[in-house]
Design a protein around this ligand. Structure first.
Ligand SMILES: Cc1cc2nc3c(=O)[nH]c(=O)nc-3n(C[C@H](O)[C@H](O)[C@H](O)COP(=O)(O)OP(=O)(O)OC[C@H]3O[C@@H](n4cnc5c(N)ncnc54)[C@H](O)[C@@H]3O)c2cc1C
Length: 507
């Protein structure tokens, strides 16, 4: 690698650029973030972090800090035509974090920024990236300092565009950003409220032609998301409090009172996906490569996974341990997964907005009694991100059982070093978990540096195999991002794991 000032330049200090910066610092990579805004964002936007995102924060050692700032939510109450229909319970999720954590986006960004700076990262505000120039060895980043109008050229090994939906970096790469605008919108309001019912849960009031969602935020604030039959014409000038209070009366609980309006936004339903996630030395993450209608709460949560997915690959490349193909696998698996999520979000959005009135398509999703048990299981899995699976590919051996998914949570009490399954999400090593002695030839001396074999004692191994759905004579390979990559009988570990590792790890 070249001897440059920073290994990686990140464009954009939104939540994804900052999280990527934190991960790269944890993995010993030097990083500089360039951000055109002089100050932090004040836009409330993303409010809810799902179990997958919380696991990513845990692996950075940040979960407790976030929990202290946010609000834990374990129940979601669903109402149909104003009548309480069901409670969706997150407690049964196979995660240490069987809840949603609600926190306004500026607070998420502030916590990530202070961690990034404390970890030795550099953040330059008021610096706008204008263009890039890439050659075989480096990338030159041309940026303008807003205060002085000075232009600067930095040279770095890799650039990551975390510069949002209107990404300059995506434009520089010449990628297309096709998608769908559903042609209708909804209103978001952050407010202080009073209500006699449970203020610590999420409440979904759905009716035939409208919905109102109530989400707790930090302090005594709540987010209201409102879709009315004629949202586009809803007048929200003048006495906003009265307008929103009236909407609550019509579509939410009658006895809920709004006090102060803190933030509001009117936004439309849309979904977009870039035709590529990067090439050579320039890559994208977050809204720069995918946009989700904010109604599904997937935008920031999906970007969090991009950040981890890119961090371990870039760190390994910069340390000289991986082939460049590792970045191809980032595009292949992340893009395919987001394509699926967008497909599902499009269906749900069409249903919610009533673009799709096809009774067959709607049948399984309507919040009616017949769907109660199905929705109670599916919704937490869907919203938590834990049902997401990478398809069989470069770094995933099959589509069987847990393979391609995030390792489920298990904790071991009476062994010496590893306390929980989340300790394997360290961004650095592949872990080979097994309960029996591996033959010596299984480990090729040159791979030993990047793979840690962990042999469990019999009792612990029982628990591990139960949690992972393995036979006791099987071993399992976990990637640095906690994804279960492959399983094999103890005799076949070399035959099964070697082809996966050979594709990315340098000998
Ligand atoms: C109203 C609303 C509600 C939402 N609710 C949710 C939710 O509940 N859950 C959820 O998961 N998601 C939600 N989202 C989506 C979420 O806000 C985004 O997915 C998230 O902000 C994406 O983060 P990012 O870092 O990729 O991009 P951004 O947050 O857009 O950050 C990009 C940064 O790059 C900077 N930048 C841009 N161009 C340049 C340049 N040329 N040079 C230097 N800097 C540059 C920008 O100033 C900005 O700071 C919501 C979005 C909206 C609009």
């Amino acid at each position: 690698m070249n001897n440059l000032k920073e290994d990686v330049v990140i464009v954009g200090a939104g939540p994804i650029g900052l999280l990527l910066g934190c991960w790269l610092r944890k993995l010993g990579v030097s990083v500089r973030i360039l951000e055109k805004r002089m100050t932090c964002s004040t836009q409330s936007k993303a409010t809810s972090m799902n179990a997958y995102s919380l696991t990513i924060l845990h692996a950075l050692g940040l979960y407790d800090t976030f929990e202290a700032a946010g609000k834990r939510v374990q129940d979601l109450h669903l109402y149909w035509q104003q009548k309480r229909l069901m409670r969706v319970n997150y407690r049964r999720l196979s995660s240490k974090y069987n809840h949603i954590l609600c926190l306004e986006q500026p607070k998420t960004e502030a916590l990530l920024e202070s961690h990034f700076l404390a970890a030795g990262g550099r953040l330059d505000r008021g610096v706008e990236v204008i263009r890039l120039q890439e050659d075989a060895e480096t990338v030159r980043v041309y940026a303008c300092h807003h205060e002085t109008s000075r232009e600067e050229c930095l040279t770095t090994n890799y650039v990551v565009g975390c510069d949002g939906g209107k990404s300059k970096i995506r434009e520089q790469l010449g990628f297309l950003f096709p998608g769908r605008n559903h042609g209708s919108g909804f209103i978001m309001v952050d407010a202080t409220i009073s209500w006699s019912d449970d203020l610590s849960s999420v409440h979904y009031f759905v009716s035939d032609d409208a919905f109102l969602i109530l989400i707790p935020l930090s302090g005594n604030k709540h987010r209201l998301i409102i879709r009315t039959p004629n949202n586009e014409n809803e007048k929200v000038n003048g006495d906003k409090l009265a307008v929103y209070q009236n909407l609550v009366k019509q579509y939410g609980p009658l006895d809920l009172t709004l006090h102060d309006i803190i933030w509001e936004s009117k936004t439309t339903y849309y979904n977009r996906l870039s035709d590529h996630y990067g090439q050579g030395r320039v890559w994208l993450a977050g809204d720069a490569c995918h946009l989700f209608s904010s109604i599904g709460g997937l935008g920031m949560n999906t970007g969090f996974q991009d950040a981890l997915g890119l961090a371990w690959r870039l760190a390994g490349l910069l340390k000289g341990r991986f082939h460049e193909t590792v970045l191809e696998s980032y595009e292949l698996e992340r893009r395919a997964l987001v394509q699926q999520l967008i497909g599902r979000t499009n269906e749900m959005t069409a249903m919610i907005t009533r673009v799709n009135r096809d009774p067959v398509a709607l049948r399984d999703w309507l919040p009616i009694m017949a769907n109660r048990d199905r929705l109670a299981t599916i919704l937490p899995l869907h919203f938590s991100g834990l049902s997401q699976r990478y398809e069989k590919g470069l770094l995933v051996e099959s589509s069987e059982s847990l393979i391609g998914q995030l390792i489920p949570y298990f904790a071991l009490t009476d062994q010496e070093i590893y306390l929980s399954s989340y300790d394997f999400i360290d961004g650095s090593y592949f872990y080979l978990l097994h309960g029996d002695t591996l033959s010596d030839e299984t480990f090729w001396p040159h791979y030993k540096k990047w793979i840690k074999p962990i042999q469990f004692q019999a009792d612990d191994w029982q628990q591990v195999t139960r949690s992972l759905g393995l036979q006791t004579d099987e071993a399992v390979l976990i990637r640095p991002d906690g994804i279960v990559a492959a399983k094999a009988t103890i005799q076949n570990t070399r035959k099964t794991f070697f082809p996966i590792l050979k594709q990315i790890i340098k000998e």
